[in-house]
Design a protein around this ligand. Structure first.
Ligand SMILES: *Cc1c(COP(=O)(O)O)cnc(C)c1O
Length: 377
């Protein structure tokens, strides 16, 4: 199994070898927290203590690195801790440029904690390349983009941002949670780090949390992120690694259906008189459609948001009438979800009050459209 195989083949097979102890094809789950030292105090398998690393984590990381085309991939307990590790590994006095529609949790960390960690940050619209160039300072070390973004589905140009970052001596990190490596390969487009919340599509079944940092180069910054994970204990459990690896095996087929269903739902909503706006990069009228069509392959993802005429009250009423879409947070699982983001994002929220976010699941698209039709009637 080499990188010369195509993505779907790699997702189905990479990292698999029958277990030497049993011949089992499914990977064994190894829950041990501690590993025996050799008589000379060496580590025969390189494992010392579960917080430092474990067999299921190592196996998952190898497959993740293959799928993202990364030199090194690291698995964390959550997407938040993967991201904050990259923030905390910045040198003191560094400046971080973060996209205005970045996942609200990172903006909340930025607003409260970054200054205490001696990191300054500025919020910019990463779809506006001139604004990004203007915001760069000699201290800028990291550009933090998210595409498509949560929850407004803004699309930024990864290759152009990578050029801007590199010309300034900075790195580009891309949160690719919505796209997954099945649709978008930020490292191949020039990004230095890809971030995923594995809680979403990678796990894919709403039953495991995890986060990923994938590095284009196994450099000093990657080593510092690794050291932080080891020392602060942001390590995921072996069972989480095992579940995410199982999820990855079906990622391409799930994502294909998520995309098809989301496109059908977006087209239905766009034609509906009670819908004021639909944010989905698969619609030709979306401001990021051309960039998304260039830098994503095979579809535009399973996430979209739309704005209901009548604002907050009308949006909450529609969410309440939906039957197949469960009103719950998170995304990327088998079942469809709806959420009024402004209600749960709190003070950092930039979400319009009439906006509902949909995570379009794996149901029959006709049933999803019927459900939306009755809820909007
Ligand atoms: C959910 C999410 C995160 C945070 O991941 P957790 O696993 O919930 O910690 C980060 N970025 C995006 C785009 C997300 O949707």
């Amino acid at each position: 199994m080499t990188r010369t195989h195509r993505f779907d083949t790699l997702a189905a097979h990479a990292g698999v070898a029958p277990d030497p102890a049993s011949g089992a094809l499914a990977p064994p789950l190894q829950l041990a927290t501690t590993f025996e030292h050799a008589p000379d105090a060496g580590l025969p398998q390189d494992y010392l203590y579960q917080r430092y690393g474990s067999p299921n984590q190592a196996q998952l990381e190898q497959v993740l690195a293959t799928l993202d085309g990364a030199a090194r991939s690291m698995f964390f307990a959550t997407g938040m801790t993967a991201g904050t590790t990259a923030m905390q590994a910045l040198p003191p006095g560094a400046e971080l440029l973060i996209a205005d529609d970045t996942y609200f949790g990172y903006r909340a960390v930025g607003a409260k904690w970054l200054e205490r960690w001696s990191v300054r940050h500025r919020v910019v619209d990463m779809t506006d390349l001139d604004a990004v160039r203007a915001a760069i300072s000699p201290d800028t070390r990291l550009l933090w983009a998210e595409t498509p973004s949560n929850p407004l589905l803004k699309v930024c140009d990864i290759a152009a941002l990578a050029d801007i970052a590199h010309a300034a001596g900075a790195r580009l990190l891309v949160d690719g949670t919505f796209a997954t490596p099945a649709l978008q390969q930020p490292l191949a487009l020039g990004a230095d780090i890809v971030l995923h919340s594995a809680t979403k599509y990678l796990g894919g079944h709403g039953d495991v949390m995890g986060g990923v940092l994938a590095f284009a180069d196994d450099d000093g910054f990657a080593a510092e992120c690794h050291e932080l994970r080891r020392q602060t204990g942001n390590t995921a459990s072996p069972f989480a690694a095992w579940l995410v690896l199982r999820g990855l095996r079906t990622l391409p087929v799930r994502v294909e259906r998520h995309c098809r269903n989301a496109q059908a739902v977006a087209e239905f909503l766009q034609a509906h008189p009670k819908v004021e706006a639909v944010h989905y990069p698969g619609l030709p009228g979306h401001p990021g459609h051309a960039v998304a069509a260039r830098q994503m392959q095979g579809g535009f993802g399973g996430m979209l948001s739309f704005e209901v005429a009548g604002g907050r009250e009308a949006a909450l009423a529609v969410a309440g009438r939906l039957a197949l879409f469960t009103n719950a947070t998170s995304l990327g699982s088998t079942e469809s979800l709806v959420e009024h983001r402004a209600s749960i994002e709190g003070a950092q929220s930039a979400s319009p009050q009439g906006l509902l976010r949909l995570s379009v699941g794996l149901e029959d698209a006709r049933d999803l459209v019927d459900d939306l039709a009755q809820a909007l009637a």
